[in-house]
Design a protein around this ligand. Sequence first.
Ligand SMILES: Cc1cc2nc3c(=O)[nH]c(=O)nc-3n(C[C@H](O)[C@H](O)[C@H](O)COP(=O)(O)OP(=O)(O)OC[C@H]3O[C@@H](n4cnc5c(N)ncnc54)[C@H](O)[C@@H]3O)c2cc1C
Length: 392
Amino acid sequence: MTDANNMIREAIDPEEEAAFLDAIQKWIDKEVKPVVQKYDHDDVWPAEIVQQMTEMGLFGATIGTQYGGLGLPAVTYAKIVALISSYWMAITGIFNSHLIMACAVERFGTEAQRHLWLPKFASGEIRGGLALTEPNAGTDLQSIRTTAVRDGNEYVINGSKTWISNGINGSCFALLVKTDAKADPRYKGMSLMIAPKGDGFTTGKKFKKLGYNAIDSTELMFENYRIPVDNLIGGIEGQGFFQATGGLELGRINVAARGVGLSEGALRLATEYAQLRESMGKPICEHQAIQLKIGEMVTRARAARLLTFDAAEVYDRGERCDLQAGMAKYFASEAAVANSQEAMRVFGGYSYSKEYDIERLYRDSMLMCIGEGTNEMQRIIISKQWVKQNPA
Ligand SMILES: Cc1cc2nc3c(=O)[nH]c(=O)nc-3n(C[C@H](O)[C@H](O)[C@H](O)COP(=O)(O)OP(=O)(O)OC[C@H]3O[C@@H](n4cnc5c(N)ncnc54)[C@H](O)[C@@H]3O)c2cc1C
């Protein structure tokens, strides 16, 4: 494995971090809140929001300053993602999937690859995502069928990917392929490539989804699509499975942070509504049934936040954090589902109205249990890591 870059990140000055989060909150209040329902209900790509996120530097949030990024530690990044997700989770997917692609290049790429691609990723000039899943292979990534066959100084790629976030609006993807379809074990034949759109690379239609609207999810098709061998991340074949899964804990921290945001957003909406809505002559927050719900929701949201920052701190120290990131992703995503469901009950019949935001959080939250490794797999990973660290 080529883990060329030192990814240790110092915590930033607390005042600087607070000022950054304050600027994000002001942007949410002014630009995001007024448009979220329209974009979400109409399922339309939010071009001006993406432009504003580009101007704020979010497409380079975790990319090193030497490449033009903000170089933020994972802890600050998680706070930003949680804050935005507490109002509109889907827009964080537009820069998060992109940053996971960038992370693969920064962490595992050659020096030439880092200097060529990262400045363009950081500025948002090139935006994209991560292309792993195929119609027959989601959890079982080793079953992918997309192949890359070397032909001189190029790879010829054939196959297809599905469910790829930013697939239509993005222009470049970290693409998982088989460079040796006969390898045993299978993961040794897998490689990760930097795949910009070009001849032979086409996309399907935007999928219609339960939630996570506005951002596009689609199929990517490759038919004799050629890229230079220089686009093989790290320059050595057979490293892709590790680079795409075990190496990218940042992806799990990012999904955990989205779960934190959804949990806290649902709590905020329920807390406000429970004080304004009256029944039997008093605000519903004074009924014990609602107090029990809010008490559980506060606790879950807080626990999700602490687990997520714990994982982010380990990541920032440059240490492997499979166990911590898995626990954070698992717990925070389940907290998002539980809190949004409980908030629906607090809102009673009005939860079912499209005029209230809570229905969006309810629809969006379930995705957190699926993306970046399903929660079934997370618990298996947590258990394996735990037993490994605690030999009898
Ligand atoms: C909105 C959305 C956006 C997405 N964006 C992206 C993206 O940008 N890039 C990308 O590459 N993919 C993306 N995905 C795909 C996502 O990562 C996969 O859906 C996910 O990995 C699960 O794979 P699957 O859907 O094939 O489910 P399956 O793998 O078929 O799993 C079905 C069920 O079986 C369980 N299961 C499967 N195998 C095991 C096992 N060995 N042990 C225990 N349980 C198991 C799973 O936990 C799950 O409950 C996205 C998906 C969605 C819905």
